[in-house]
Design a protein around this ligand. Structure first.
Ligand code: NAD
Length: 277
């Protein structure tokens, strides 16, 4: 690849990317980054209502982001959504499995011990993160198998490398997402085409709605002991901001990473590299 080709590899014009959970905080930023490089982005989300601020940003990329209803746990809805996206954009080149998250009922606290965590809450978190990654990979991956080309990017997490305290189901589910990323990368390359790549991004600690009050005190805005421990263990001494994911996402989407498959890239300010000493 010469330098001109390398620069051009980040031009995603004409590519269609499906992004599940794209109406969330990290998803919106990922959609804007991909659309900003020319891609059409089809967001599939349970929630199709966007804030005024998000709508303005979407308008800024000339209608290249469209939001469709889609539950990642519902195969029929995913199949319907696949047809809707094909009708709208003509083809699909990449899938980003962004839908996921934890649930307070699957989180230990002084009021809820590990022994009392309800099975339904644990199941909900396991299903949303793992099954919610596998099912869209089946529905959209089948297109990639047929066209012998495609790109799947999963969203894992720091707790996939080493579990974080208090969130056993979320930790186990994201570890499974990283494991599935490696499995699917090998499977797609061996069984269908070496031009189908599967990778994951593991965001570190980002200040989003999901974890705001685990990291900062609701009343004072000061760091909680957990938030402080995280910053103390992050060599770069800050939480991530959604835009920190954009560079890695674009690299994985582009042909600049054409020989990369089966990896999980931490975007964590060095958290996973630091032993604490
Ligand atoms: P978010 O809650 O802001 O966004 C999640 C989006 O997923 C929402 O728009 C929600 O409507 C959608 N969603 C939920 N269930 C769905 C379903 N069944 N089908 C379709 N859509 C569904 O979360 P976020 O912080 O933007 O996180 C995005 C991804 O990044 C998640 O997988 C999350 O686990 C992961 N992650 C987040 C952090 C962080 O610090 N925020 C860190 C590591 C990993």
């Amino acid at each position: 690849m010469n330098l001109d080709q390398l620069k051009e590899s980040y031009n995603l014009t004409g590519k269609t990317i499906v992004l599940t959970g794209g109406n969330g905080i990290l998803g919106t930023e990922m959609a804007l980054a991909a659309a900003g490089c020319g891609a059409n982005v089809a967001i599939l989300d349970l929630n199709t209502t966007v804030t005024e601020e998000t709508q303005e940003k979407i308008n800024g990329v000339n209608g290249r982001i469209k939001i469709f209803l889609g539950n990642v746990l519902n195969r029929e809805q995913m199949i319907e959504a696949r047809q809707v996206v094909l009708d709208e954009f003509g083809k699909i080149d990449a899938l980003i499995n962004g839908a996921g998250g934890n649930n307070p009922r699957a989180t230990t606290s002084p009021d809820l011990s590990f022994f009392d965590l309800p099975a339904e809450a644990m199941d909900f978190v396991m299903k949303l993160n793992l099954q919610g990654t596998i099912l869209p990979s089946q529905v959209f991956g089948s297109i990639f198998a047929e066209q012998k080309e495609g790109n799947i990017i999963n969203i894992s997490s720091m707790n996939a490398f080493r579990p974080l305290t208090r969130i056993p189901a979320y930790s186990a589910a994201k570890a499974a997402v990283s494991n599935f990323t490696q499995w699917l990368a090998v499977h797609m390359a061996q069984e269908y085409s070496p031009n189908i790549r599967v990778n994951a991004i593991a965001p570190g600690f980002f200040m989003t709605q999901q974890n705001r009050f685990l990291l900062t005190d609701e009343k004072t805005g000061e760091l909680t002991p957990r938030g402080k421990t995280i910053i103390d263990h992050t060599p770069m001494k800050r939480f991530g901001v959604p835009g920190d994911l954009s560079g890695v996402l674009l690299w994985l989407l582009s042909t600049a990473s054409a020989f990369v498959t089966g990896i999980v890239v931490p975007v964590d300010g060095g958290f996973s590299a630091f032993s604490g000493v």
